[in-house]
Write a protein that binds this ligand. Sequence first.
Ligand code: GLA
Length: 400
Amino acid sequence: MKTTLSIIFTLSVFLAGAQKFDGLALTPPMGWNSWNKFSCDMTESLIRETADAMVASGLKDAGYEYIVIDDCWHGERDSLGFIQPDPVRFPSGIKALADYIHSKGLKFGIYSDAGWQTCGGRPGSRGREYQDAQRYASWGVDYLKYDWCNTEGLKAEGAYLTMRNALHEAGRPIVLSICEWGDNQPWEWAGPIGHLWRTTGDIYNCFDCEYNHGTWSSWGVLQILDMRKDIRKYAGPDHWNDPDMMEIGNGMTVNEDRAHFSLWAMMAAPLIAGNDLRNMSPETIAILTNKEVIAIDQDSLGVQGFKHIDDENFEVWVKPLAKGDLAVCFLNRAVEPLDLNFDWKSNPMKDPDFDYTFDFTRNTYDLLNVWSGKQQGTTKKVLKASIPGHDVLMFRLSAN
Ligand code: GLA
């Protein structure tokens, strides 16, 4: 009897075909994650207050929806092997926290690791994938960030496939955020497995620097922008390149934060805030909730932007948008201001990977300056402006 049941079970899994939950990230996920600001130092009250702040600050209305607890929420496994939260930091348990977040109209995300321990030394999911997935589903988890520390001997594709299948088996639609830092070229295999995949090592809270930790480095905004060229063709609706969570509001200048947000939008990056939402300056809120920039990131075409001009400290990034629109971002990488004198007509913009060409001798476009919120003429005229150091000028162009 037992054997027959197990054959039927195996057969039904096979016939049903374990797969990724489709359609959960048709545009890049938006939310908040605890790691960049709080690392291991988080409690259930911080997470509840963050959910409150996401609503009160206007971030929810702007499109942010996931509240994700990163590493170090874990306690011990129980006698049956089920993972439990740290009883001191999460005394009410994870289900109660997820319920609270859901009651605010938000979604809840959690973190684990494909290895035997997380990067922070907490219990990993290795060998416990189905059990962990079942637990997450019963708690009401909507998003899983799945890390790659302590995975010696594992193959990334297989390890992430196992967790994908485990989530599918658990039955609750959960976004799978793959976090192996681009080490195993996930863009080549992760499309049917996860909804987003990290492309680089960790971000560091600076615009232009490398922070050396000894055996590894974390990276500034420009360093991440420069890594992993030529993978934009692998990204699209439901399968995104993820250049890591944002550092906006964590101490860079307003110009740098504005450039950081603009560039993440040009890359169709997941917009996961990493600051303290309970204490934000008006400038930080204005950046994180800029509707025009968010609309560029969230555009339904789902095409990641490309670099059109690379001239030392001056770069021009272009992102094709739905309905024939495009976004153009002029980046000044230098500390000094840059004088811009840009003749659209002598700059046809041709997408190197997809079939989009924008020729300004044939079509004229209206320019919406997405940071001032004002219309700024058309592409008939040469664009003259000064771009402050470590800042951008960014437009939405619509055919007129
Ligand atoms: C890795 C990830 C980070 C964060 C930490 C937690 O470094 O890349 O984003 O999740 O682990 O320990």
